[in-house]
Design a protein around this ligand. Structure first.
Ligand SMILES: Nc1ncnc2c1ncn2[C@@H]1O[C@H](COP(=O)(O)OP(=O)(O)O)[C@@H](O)[C@H]1O
Ligand SMILES: [Mg+2]
Length: 642
């Protein structure tokens, strides 16, 4: 086996890394078990900085702003806990001065000491309670905001047109719910309070330093610019390396995701060794970048701390001299040296929070981006509700199921026409078949009838009503559809069939399964209709999955039925068997059938032959054979369907 070439390495890093960086570190980035190094900032820094900080912050604030009273209470708690910690430290001064005083008796000193310590204890107790409350309430506020954002995002995703899903990978959409929302949550939970509290501590400490001894304060605070400079320098490096780390992290996650999903294919083509080698390369790349990121992330604290020790030493020395030469008191010196040690802490913390903030803002921006997408066109004000004879609903217009496509021209991508001038008339109860090679546009036609996509030219009418004027929900619930790609949900067989009509009885579920020829295999399942299907029906064969999909459509009372290669994975014998059920299913319904096996469409009222998005022939089986055109060739095997 050949080692990975430099070119391939480059491709691996770019493909997986960039894919997942854009997708915000990819799925798994922040989930438990993801490859997240300890101390790594939340994933979500995209291109370093978010684009429109002010607008994003405003929008986030609007979410937490709904809990105004709680927020005010949190801030009051932060102020109180800061005041208590600063005040407490300031009270040490008289306590110490009392102890070293030459004028008081021992008894007096002890009394004062006990008194002082009691006051101190009370002050700190208030501080502890405030800190507890501020954390507790802030978490409630931020979780309230998060749940709103999450639900809004989910609702939005349900409303987005299929066009959006065509252009975005699942991983990308999912990571907005996981990585992005997580980093927003991280910031709302802790960072905001941290920053506010840090700033208060910093200002308070500096004020107290000046109050205690202004000369010493000037000497000590002179080192602040040095601290900020050093912090900024390291922060810049560490941000850069964190970005590299995340990119590498994304690459590793992306690679794992793909190899797990494609495990079967990897085995079929014996690519295990290559996969392992490529993974080892990506993993090692992550190791290198992680070392740098963690190093710079880790030295920030110690560097700031050590630099602040210098100011501590200076203030202790100068303070000592002041004690000896002027009338600076010992108590004052003690609390001052404490302050000079303390005031670097908030600077350090603020510097560390920048990563979280940038990550959260970038995450929030990606979430809002989805929320701002244009949803499926809303129903017009006078949209009509429709229903079938078999399933009459109040206020809805009963339709017989006539479907007409008039001069329909459509393309998924502007400028690239997929369907050209399609004209189809399906009378109520007729069976219309579409045949044609792969990519001819068969599925696309059904996508348009269902309004998965909006047409540009022409119109589609159901019983003479333009589908644009029919309520979308009502339209879709009146078209039963067996999609070309099956999808089953985690749940029992019964639940999956009932997905087609939630109010169906158990008997109706069984009847639908019988129509779809699924009853006998369901009976053989360990728990029959109560067998739980896992991971898109992984415990079933492809054909069995198709039968369940047909059953799901069969349970619906919709007047229009669309079967898109519904039996492509079912053996010919079962297919023959289903036919009887199908005839029953199609009775009194307008049906569109797309099938690869032409034998299954022979009895259609009309067969439409499509090629490159155009109708080239149409008629009944006999008429088309007589025409001796394309259909004839396909049917007699002169030309294969490709
Ligand atoms: N979601 C999509 N976005 C862009 N192009 C698409 C999409 N779905 C299908 N197409 C293109 O439209 C053409 C017709 O596809 P389709 O209707 O699925 O063919 P088929 O006749 O095999 O069902 C194909 O060339 C395909 O590449
Ligand atoms: Mg298709």
């Amino acid at each position: 086996m050949s080692p990975i070439t430099a070119e391939r390495k480059e491709t691996l890093l770019r493909r997986y890394g960039s894919k997942t960086i854009n997708a915000n570190a990819g799925p798994g980035g922040r989930r438990p078990g993801g490859f997240r190094g300890p101390g790594a900032p939340p994933i979500g820094i995209k291109g370093g900085k978010p684009k429109n900080i002010a607008a994003t912050i405003n929008r986030l604030l609007a979410y937490i702003g709904r809990d105004k009273v709680k927020i005010l209470f949190v801030f009051a708690c932060v102020v109180s806990s800061n005041l208590s910690s600063l005040g407490g430290s300031y009270i040490l001064r008289p306590i110490i001065n009392n102890l070293v005083s030459a004028e008081r008796s021992v008894e007096e000193k002890i009394n004062n000491l006990v008194m002082g310590i009691l006051i101190l204890a009370c002050i700190y107790l208030v501080g502890v309670i405030c800190t507890y409350l501020q954390q507790r309430i802030m978490i409630v506020v931020s979780q309230n905001a998060l749940v709103k954002i999450r639900e809004e995002l989910f609702r939005k995703i349900q409303k987005l047109p299929l066009k959006y899903h065509d252009a975005h990978t699942h991983g990308d959409i999912m990571s907005r719910f996981t990585n992005d929302l997580d980093s927003v949550g991280e910031m709302l939970n802790h960072t905001m309070v941290h920053i506010f509290s840090g700033v208060l501590t910093l200002i308070g400490t500096i004020i107290l330093m000046f109050v205690t001894n202004w000369l010493l304060a000037i000497v000590t605070t002179a080192t602040i610019p040095l601290l900020i400079y050093a912090g900024g320098l390291i922060g810049k490096q560490s941000r850069k390396y964190f970005k590299d780390q995340q990119q590498a992290l994304g690459a590793v996650n992306g690679y794992i995701e793909e190899t797990i999903a494609g495990q079967k294919v990897i085995k079929v083509f014996c690519h295990e060794e290559t996969a392992m080698e490529e993974f080892a390369f990506l993993s090692d790349d992550l190791r290198k970048k992680q070392i740098m990121a963690q190093f710079f992330g880790g030295i920030m604290g110690p560097v700031i701390h050590n630099l602040s020790q210098i100011s501590y030493a200076i203030s202790a020395t100068v303070g000592g001299i002041l004690c000896l030469t002027s009338n600076f008191d010992i108590g004052g010196l003690t609390i001052f040296t404490n302050y000079s040690r303390q005031f670097a802490r908030p600077i350090n913390e603020l510097a560390m929070q920048m990563n979280t903030i940038f990550a959260a803002l970038a995450g929030a921006e990606r979430v809002f981006e989805v929320m701002d997408e244009t949803p499926e066109a809303a129903d017009p004000a006078k949209a009509i509700e429709i229903c079938s004879e078999a399933n009459k609903t109040e206020g809805a217009r009963v339709v017989k199921g006539e479907v007409v496509l008039k001069d329909v021209t459509f393309g998924y991508i502007p400028g690239k026409t997929v369907l050209k001038n399609i004209n189809v008339i399906a009378r109520p109860g007729q069976k219309i078949a579409f045949v044609g090679s792969t990519g001819a546009g068969k599925t696309t036609i059904t996508n348009l009838i269902n309004r998965f996509y909006e047409i540009e030219e022409g119109e589609i009418l159901i019983d003479g009503i333009n589908i644009k004027n029919i309520k979308k929900d009502s339209l879709r619930s009146n078209i039963a559809m067996v999609l070309q790609d099956t999808h089953l949900f985690s749940g029992t067989v019964r639940e999956n069939i009932r997905y087609g009509r939630p109010d169906a009885t158990d008997e109706e579920v069984v009847a639908a399964a019988k129509i779809a020829c699924a009853h006998s295999f369901i009976k053989r399942l360990p728990e029959g209709y109560d067998t739980v299907l896992e991971g898109d029906g992984a415990n079933l064969s492809q054909g069995e999955r198709q039968l369940l999909n047909i059953a799901r459509a069969a349970i619906s009372k919709a007047p229009i039925l669309i079967l898109d290669e519904a039996t492509s994975s079912v053996d010919t014998r079962t297919e023959k068997y289903i036919e009887r059920g199908m005839d029953q299913l199609m009775k009194n319904r307008t049906t569109f059938v797309i099938a690869h096996r032409l034998s299954t469409v022979r009895n259609a009222d009309k067969i439409i032959v499509l090629e490159h998005g155009e109708i080239i022939e149409q008629g009944t089986h006999e008429e088309l054979l007589e025409m001796a055109g394309r259909y004839y060739q396909l049917y007699t095997g002169a030309v294969e369907l490709d």
